[in-house]
Design a protein around this ligand. Structure first.
Ligand SMILES: [Zn+2]
Length: 462
């Protein structure tokens, strides 16, 4: 009896020690990482700028899809995919989600798909389809690229699952200041320019996965800035500054995969911009910010459980104006003409063009890290607001998640007008602008998702 009690006490002591040090929790997590280039076969039309009048024929550097699976068990896991693309369509995201659910039982809320919004990537049809005048051959290539993209991303997710090994996650934050607000006030309203006094979010969130012997295998990092150092005159495929940052980080940590996700960059541009050298310079600034985080003593361990929530919210458009559509169809502006044609067709066929379906997602690791993943081109007001509202959380805010089919303005941006509020809708082929309630609807939906993953609304979180 005496021996039994002694063993019991020893076992209890070990368990208490493990819980206090967190060793048992950390050892429970497994991480798998896989990647592959998704550079299109050239020549191929690029997306992002309406001024381009020829397809790309050269590659500056390959663009990539990268997957990181983080798992404790089937109920506690997340699959994070980053892509060097302008944005994904719902058709592509749902195509991937359905296959991954069938193969691995991954729930929709456990799959987070981000695109870097590089303007030097391939056209991902039908996003921004108003800027293209595809020949039947171009159209065939665009559809084939989409199908291959779904296959490639499902493949890397399969590989990441096959490579799951015990790892410890750590997170930290750095900063760099090359992102600048681009909504420049003028006597003629807001233009796309520079606004040094406008709101910015210079946070560089970092999440790393390390093997038990301390080797870094994955570096997930973010920044809220349009991937537009290179302008419309650039017709070489690349990931822009984010592509260079990932390349630099993988040179510095050859055993690691660097995965970039973009934040609420809707109204943020890199400055200065216009050349490959500047794209490399901004990539280097971002790499330096990440490395500073990795070398600091401020990394925080991240533990399970992993809770996830996903919701699609309906966002209303302001009332559709058939008269302006009729005049736009006679406009000399080809983009207005194309949008009007699409809207009139929808109107005459009684398709609902009064609402937009918007995806929101939250991933929370214990009380250690919360990732808010917002769809589309979200303006920076949202990340600043959410970081203030959920200041007790270690919050990463990602934009351009799960789909990129329009801008998401805040109430302020809608009231001010300009590209992100109104004119961008022409190129995206949407009736627009959104109703003023957009920000409130999104804020309420985020609160609901936060609650689902266990975020308590404290006095500080109001
Ligand atoms: Zn954009």
């Amino acid at each position: 009896m005496i021996t039994f009690n002694y063993l019991e006490m020893k076992r209890t002591l070990i368990i208490v020690l493990l819980l206090v040090t967190g060793v048992s929790k950390g050892a429970d997590m497994k991480v798998g990482i896989a990647s592959r280039p998704i550079t299109p076969p050239l020549p191929f039309w690029m997306s992002g700028y309406a001024v381009r009048n020829a397809p790309s024929t050269e590659v500056l550097h390959d663009i990539w899809a990268k997957a990181m699976v983080i798992e404790k068990n089937e109920k506690n896991r997340v699959v994070i995919v980053t892509t060097d693309l302008l944005g994904l369509s719902p058709e592509i995201s749902e195509g991937i989600a359905q296959r991954v659910e069938k193969k691995h039982g991954v729930d929709r809320s456990q799959l987070l798909l981000n695109s870097s919004h590089t303007h030097c990537g391939p056209a991902v049809w039908p996003s921004l389809s108003m800027i293209f005048d595809f020949s039947p051959e171009d159209q065939r290539k665009a559809v084939n690229y989409n199908l291959k993209l779904i296959e490639d991303i499902v493949d890397i997710i399969d590989s990441a699952f096959a490579k799951l090994t015990p790892m410890q996650l750590w997170s930290g934050h750095g900063s760099t200041d090359f992102a600048m607000n681009r909504r420049q006030p003028t006597d003629h309203g807001i233009i796309n320019g520079i606004n040094p006094k406008g709101p910015v979010d210079h946070d560089v969130p970092v999440l790393i996965a390390k093997t038990p012997d301390g080797k870094i295998r994955a570096i997930l990092f973010g920044y809220a800035c349009h991937n537009t150092t290179l302008g419309g005159n650039s017709i070489n495929i690349s990931g822009d500054y984010a592509g260079f940052a990932q390349i630099e980080l993988q040179k510095a940590y050859p055993e690691a995969t660097a995965l970039f996700f973009i934040g609420c960059a809707g109204d943020q541009n890199p400055q200065p911009r216009g050349t490959v050298d500047l794209a490399m310079q901004h990539g280097k600034s971002l790499t330096d910010a990440v490395q500073k985080v990795l070398l600091s003593n401020n990394l925080k361990p991240i533990y399970p459980p992993i809770r996830t929530a996903y919701q699609k919210v309906s966002l209303g458009f302001q009332s559709f104006n058939i008269d302006s559509c009729r005049s736009d169809i006679l406009s000399s502006d080809i983009f207005k003409q194309r949008r009007a044609k699409l809207m009139l067709e929808a109107y005459n066929k009684n398709w609902d063009i009064s609402e937009y379906t918007y995806p929101l997602q939250v991933v929370r690791f214990n009380r250690d890290l919360t990732i808010l993943a917002m769809g589309d081109e979200v303006v920076v007001d949202y990340s600043l607001k959410m970081k203030k509202k959920y200041r007790n959380e270690n919050l990463f805010v990602a934009g351009y998640c799960n789909q990129v089919m329009c801008y998401i303005p805040s109430k302020r941006v809608l009231e001010e007008g300009g590209y992100e509020a109104e004119t961008s809708m022409i190129y995206y082929g949407l009736p627009g602008p959104f109703k003023n309630e957009i920000e409130d609807r999104i804020t309420i939906a985020v609160s609901k998702l936060m609650k689902e993953v266990g975020v308590k609304t404290s006095k500080n979180n109001k």
